[in-house]
Design a protein around this ligand. Structure first.
Ligand code: MG
Ligand code: MG
Length: 258
């Protein structure tokens, strides 16, 4: 069952996703060669707690940390570690969640560490653009498949592949609610999009093949061919005027360009 949200509930979801957005902006100041993924996790946990929320992922299905930090061939759900050190030329996907006033926030961004290879830079640009094209389809009267198709077709036209084992989701009082929001599929299929729908759209895009491996740590998902993978995630609410994006990357942009 899909829980459609009232305008008041959407505002609580906006507060959460704004805090996630600000946390990602804070993290952007710390991303550089030599930093460990556990240091990033500590920055995020302190930031979230000092702003009146709790980390949304910590303890979720037993996840041990605040952030999922996934380097290069890791697609998602990487576990922060003092031993995992960022290096020049890496990409690092950071997925962050909060819980505050009964609702969740959930958004992700993939950062370049220093200068990355041109094809990797293109991977980041295409994944981010695919997200925006998916968001544009989140309109009353469309179907979830319209989002999926927009993400998939743009990604594959650009020569990259879509991870199919993991999908976006409804967001609310639970981190993962119905409906599933796949990043591949056919136009006109799937649940009808109605006012009050709040979903996370989160393309996971591989430079090489789409196959992934679930690691023995129980969490980390990586590409089978060990080529890099990117992940960008927005939480959005559907309004009569169109998609209302609850996440913003502006704090990241300010930190990176400021
Ligand atoms: Mg997420
Ligand atoms: Mg999500």
């Amino acid at each position: 069952m899909i829980n459609y949200k009232s305008p008041e509930e959407i505002e609580l979801l906006r507060e959460n996703n704004l805090l996630v957005s600000k946390t990602l902006g804070e993290l952007a100041k710390h991303i550089r060669p030599g930093v460990s993924t556990l240091e990033l996790d500590k920055v995020a946990e302190d930031y979230i707690r000092s702003h009146g929320a709790v980390p949304g992922f910590l303890g979720y299905n037993g996840f041990p940390n605040t952030l999922c930090v996934s380097i290069n061939e890791e697609v998602v759900h990487g576990i922060p570690s003092a031993k995992r050190i960022l290096r020049e030329g890496d990409i690092v996907s950071i997925d962050c969640g909060t819980r505050m006033r009964g609702f969740y926030g959930d958004s992700a961004f993939t950062f370049a560490v220093g200068e990355v290879a041109p094809e990797v830079k293109k991977l980041l640009e295409v994944t981010r653009q695919a997200l925006l094209l998916g968001v544009a389809q989140a309109r009353v009267g469309n179907r979830i498949g319209d989002i999926a198709h927009a993400v998939q077709s743009y990604t594959e036209t650009n020569g990259f592949s879509i991870v199919r084992e993991l999908v976006g989701h409804g967001l609310g009082r639970q981190m993962h609610e119905e409906p599933e929001v796949a990043n591949y599929g056919a136009r006109g299929r799937g649940p009808l999009i109605r006012e009050g729908l709040v979903i996370c759209i989160e393309p996971m895009v591989n430079l090489g093949g789409r196959a992934v491996v679930f690691e023995k740590d129980g969490w980390t998902v990586r590409t089978k061919d060990r080529k890099p993978s990117a992940h960008f995630e927005y939480a959005i609410a559907v309004t009569p005027q169109g998609p209302d994006v609850l996440t913003t990357f502006e704090f990241i942009e300010q930190a990176l360009n400021g």
